[in-house]
Design a binder for this molecule. Structure first.
Ligand code: SAM
Length: 192
């Protein structure tokens, strides 16, 4: 298939937004695959702020980063991403270039611990305030489970109402695939 698949496209968007020495956010670190990708992207002078409410996610991610010798590039925070603006020091506000939220629950773990529309929206609103102009937020939406379907509807509704002067918002989705595959909403903060 020549069309870019959803997860590689998410990475490409982040590569467009951020690079060496930048500050980025992983809103849902889970097993740390995206955190590691971001740590590689920003290099040894960059910072990845990673959030998850589950201690186990921080433990696995810390280990993954350590194995790759990248632990010092990450600040892992065991708090909900809805605390992003207070958890990231003010000196870094206005400098965040990219963020990813791989939504839903951690495969193979407790399915009741899942992201929820109201806290995801709170995090996006805060990030839009504290990101750099042209910073990109990538939301990967898994809507094949009941909470995910609610989150999808709420996020689409919220994003459609954001003023186009404030952000450019893209939906990237295969529309004829079975079993509700994930899709992307990407939000680029407008230039000041
Ligand atoms: N990006 C991860 C990876 O590379 O393995 C996968 C993330 S998994 C689909 C979703 C994660 O979101 C779970 O680990 C869950 O604990 C976490 N989560 C749920 N609600 C959250 C919240 N309010 N803030 C931060 N993380 C949350």
């Amino acid at each position: 298939m020549k069309l870019e698949r959803v997860l590689p496209f998410a990475k490409k968007l982040l590569e467009n937004a951020a690079g060496f020495g930048d500050i980025v956010v992983d809103g849902t670190i889970g097993n740390g695959h995206d955190t590691l990708f971001l740590a590689e992207l920003v290099g040894e002078n960059g910072i990845v702020y990673g959030f998850d409410i589950q201690k186990a996610a921080l433990v696995v991610t810390e280990e993954r980063l350590r194995e790759h010798n990248m632990l010092e590039r990450a600040v892992l925070i065991q708090k909900g991403h809805e605390t992003v603006s207070t958890s990231i020091p003010e000196e870094h506000h206005g400098k965040i270039k990219g963020a990813i939220f791989n939504l839903g629950y951690l495969p193979g773990s407790d399915k009741t611990i899942t992201t929820k529309a109201n806290t995801t929206i709170a995090a996006v609103e805060q990030l839009l305030d504290i990101m750099a102009p042209e910073g990109i937020i990538v939301l990967v939406i898994y809507h094949g489970h009941p909470e995910g379907a609610k989150e999808r509807d709420a996020l689409l509704n919220f994003c459609c109402q954001i003023d186009q002067k404030k952000a450019h918002i893209l939906q990237y989705q295969f529309i004829n695939q079975k079993n509700n595959p994930p899709f992307i909403i990407a939000i680029e903060k407008s230039q000041a």
